[in-house]
Design a protein around this ligand. Sequence first.
Ligand SMILES: [Zn+2]
Length: 206
Amino acid sequence: MQSLTAWKRVIVTRREGVFDRGRGSAYHCAPMLTSRLPNRVEPYKLAARAERLEGLVALDQFERLAEQVGAQDGDVQVWLDFAIDLQGRRVIHGRLEAELQLPCRRCLEPLSQHVESEFLLGMVTSDALAAELPSTHEPVLVENEQLNLLEMVEDELILSLPQVVYHDEALCRVSRDQLSSGEEAESPEPTPASPFEVLRRLKDKP
Ligand SMILES: [Zn+2]
C-alpha cells in the first residue's frame, strides 16, 4: 500500500517538537510489567471505555528495528491510555521503555542504552484525516477498526532511538587500541598563524 510509506514520513516529521520533556510523567512510578500486549486491538472500543493497556512486547520480533540497529533481546515495556478527548478525537497517550543494544559509532560494538519516550497519537483512517491532526499528535492508522499494536510500538521505538551512541572512552575498543599502540588520544595540531599575524611579523622586521 503506497500510502503507508507516506504515513511513516508524516510520523517522523510530526515527532519533531512534540516532546515536552520537562513535563512530569504519569507513569513515573509504574511498576515492572509482566503481561504481554496483544498484537492487535479494537482501538475505538478501548477509547470509548477509556481503557489502559500495559504490557511487554518482545524486541526480537521487530525486523525494521533490527535492520537499523541490529538484533535485540528482551522486551519493551509499554503503557497505553486510550481516550476520546474534548474535541472528540480518539487518542492514545503512550509511553515506552526498553534496554537496547545499540552500535557504538566509534567501534561498532553494541552498548547497552536505556531508551524511553512518551507520545500522543491520534487515530485516523486516511492520509487526509492525518493532515487535520494538530501538530501535537502523531497519526496512527486504524484499518477496519483494528490497530496493529506491534507495528505502532515498533514505530515509536524507532523514533525514540538516539541519533548517535558512543562507549565511554575507557570502555571503547577503538580508544583502547589507540592507547595500546602508544598513540596520543589527542595531539592538537599547531594552530596555523593567521595571515594578519604573518603580515604583522613581517612589518616588525627591521
Ligand atoms: Zn565503542
